[in-house]
Write a protein that binds this ligand. Sequence first.
Ligand SMILES: Nc1ncnc2c1ncn2[C@@H]1O[C@H](COP(=O)(O)OP(=O)(O)O)[C@@H](O)[C@H]1O
Ligand SMILES: [Mg+2]
Length: 366
Amino acid sequence: MSVARLIERKEIVICAGAGGVGKTTTAAAIALGMAQRGLKVAVLTIDPARRLANSLGLPELGNEERQVEIDGSGELWAMMLDAKRTFDDLIEKHAPDERTRDAVLSNRIYQELSNAVAGSQEYMAMEKLYELQQEERYDLLVLDTPPSRNALDFLDAPERLSRFVDSRSLQLFLRPGRIGLKVFGRGTGMLFSVLKGVTGVDLLQDLSDFFASFGDMAEGFRDRAARTGELLADSGTTFLLVTSPRRAAIDEAIFFHRRLRERKLPFGGVVVNRMSTLAVHEDEVDVTELQALLGKRLGRKVASNLADYDAIATRDRENVDRLARDLDEGTPPILVPHLEDDVHDISGLLEMNEYLFAAEAVPAPG
Ligand SMILES: Nc1ncnc2c1ncn2[C@@H]1O[C@H](COP(=O)(O)OP(=O)(O)O)[C@@H](O)[C@H]1O
Ligand SMILES: [Mg+2]
């Protein structure tokens, strides 16, 4: 099975899964593979290993896409998502005028908030996705997902932002005319004025300023969060689960798949990355052959070593079987072996693509 079949005619591919399984690498590899097949592709990476970022030309680039040189007829563009920058851009978009924009961006409360809101990275990933989708400049968008502890945080992000905007405490601040001051009791007011005396920082002023300006934008934010949420369920979107063959990652993939079904979100398939090589190639260990080649003692040692690998391979295969049974989707998982080296450049991605795009020839460029 080739991943190209799983994502045929899709406009958005979201690579989701547990931390460290290879989401970022897989997203980059798929984007490269599809670009070689003639599409104009953008990959939105999050937190790529430094060497991979380098080889995609990402370090100098901030929050904008940048074209990567490839062999093939399509185009590959890559960007490294900067959550804070995306948040700032969003304020710029929703601010009714320049004064409000500057007031919010320079506001200390905003600066803390935009860095720290739980799930803001997840939300901003989707925000950027929505923005690029609206611009219609690409045939395919491949989204890497943030290294959350819980892969599901990602699915919840739009709703969480709406809930934050709608929350009672925020509404209290946002109610016209009240601008924060009254919601703090006298004691809190005292505390703030002591703080101001000591630090010279007027936090209360910052707070009320922030909520006063943010109030005008709340509606726009809520709206957009709803539309990004809808994008996840769109028929042009598909989720690819990425997992390792280890038990914990497989469990998380099974769980994630269930949640996708519950929410009627589109599932495309599973990539099991870093399989033991023996599990992928199904090689047989032949002791007699090894002993003939290496002599009796060394032959036996190598054979016993291989037997250990074989045990790991068997366990990997069993885990994959369990995954396939549980998903019950018809399409078998795509297996990618644990490669000799870390995947940190284009040639590493190409090596991965021999497995991701297996059983399908790459058309000659041009
Ligand atoms: N099939 C593979 N073989 C060898 N190394 C791999 C493979 N897939 C990923 N890696 C390496 O594993 C590390 C983690 O991969 P990454 O894609 O960053 O995971 P995630 O985004 O899920 O946290 C990276 O250093 C990457 O080069
Ligand atoms: Mg990653």
